[in-house]
Design a protein around this ligand. Structure first.
Ligand SMILES: CCCC(=O)SCCNC(=O)CCNC(=O)[C@H](O)C(C)(C)COP(=O)(O)OP(=O)(O)OC[C@H]1O[C@@H](n2cnc3c(N)ncnc32)[C@H](O)[C@@H]1OP(=O)(O)O
Length: 242
């Protein structure tokens, strides 16, 4: 599974690189899963503050906002089951990035913090809209209004975090955490690619579309699998689900 290097975004470089990775992944027809992780013990500390200072006028701010909304929306809509591996800090735009993945799993030192209020901002990369859908509006209000530090225990409690990673024993902690993340994700990506991609599609449409449209999509996706190779193979074998 490809991973995404991400320590601090630099508008014009890291943001463009992220968009390029998303474009590549949109064309990955055999893909089932994606792990997004950082480097050197940090998930992502948000926008590059030096670059942000240089574009602190409204026009450039809107351009950056729309560019990142578009990129992160496309990331969330990839036909892959994605997980953000949060080791260390995910701050500001980095916190928003975690919400553009289907799941978030966290190491014991992980922190997700929407620090936007401290910066005189609100999320602009779609992070607020996605956060409300993940933890509900009450919790989202608390996390954004209070710029609350979400650690592993609190994250699990409010449903922002889906799984915990064990503290690494070995020297090479990054690999150990990545292996754990692969293992965690593999329980949701086992099986033929068309089936896993179909799972993602029906969940995505259920989350994003009005019910009648989501039902139509579900019917269409069901139709692509019914009588297909995976379905026929399962029917031919005497399956038991215990
Ligand atoms: C619409 C988007 C909204 C946003 O994303 S706004 C940006 C939100 N992020 C921040 O405010 C991050 C502020 N930085 C911090 O809190 C800390 O640097 C951080 C990430 C916890 C790391 O702390 P430490 O481990 O103590 O390390 P440190 O502070 O010495 O940092 C190491 C070097 O990295 C730099 N850095 C970290 N995050 C950055 C960022 N986002 N943009 C630009 N530079 C950043 C930091 O300035 C320091 O550089 P240097 O070694 O002093 O040259």
């Amino acid at each position: 599974m490809p991973s995404l290097y991400s320590a601090a975004f630099h508008p014009g470089s890291m943001m463009v690189q992220l968009e390029e990775k998303v474009s590549l992944l949109e064309n990955w027809s055999d893909g089932k899963g994606l792990i997004v992780h950082g480097a050197e013990g940090t998930f992502c500390s948000g926008s590059d503050l030096n670059a942000v200072r240089a574009i602190s006028n409204p026009q450039d701010g809107m351009k950056m906002c729309m560019f990142m909304q578009n990129t992160l929306t496309r990331l969330l809509r990839l036909p892959l089951i994605s997980v953000a591996l949060v080791e260390g800090k995910a701050l500001g735009g980095g916190a928003e990035l975690t919400t553009a993945c289907d799941f978030r799993i966290m190491a014991s030192d992980g922190v997700i913090q929407f620090v936007h209020r401290h910066m005189g901002l609100v999320p602009g990369w779609g992070g607020a809209a996605r956060l409300v859908r993940i933890v509900g509006s009450q919790n989202a209000l608390k996390l954004l209004g209070g710029a609350v530090k979400v650690d592993l225990e609190f994250g699990l409690q409010i449903g922002l975090v889906d799984g915990a990673l064990e503290a690494p024993q070995a020297q090479d902690s990054a690999d150990t955490l990545l292996e754990q993340a692969e293992c965690w994700l593999s329980r949701y990506t086992k099986g033929p690619t068309p089936v896993i991609q179909a799972v993602k599609r029906v969940v995505l449409s259920g989350r994003e579309l009005p019910l009648s449209d989501a039902l139509r999509t579900e019917k269409d996706v069901f139709g692509t699998l019914w009588g297909g190779p995976a379905n026929l193979q399962a029917l031919a074998s005497k399956s038991k689900h215990n």
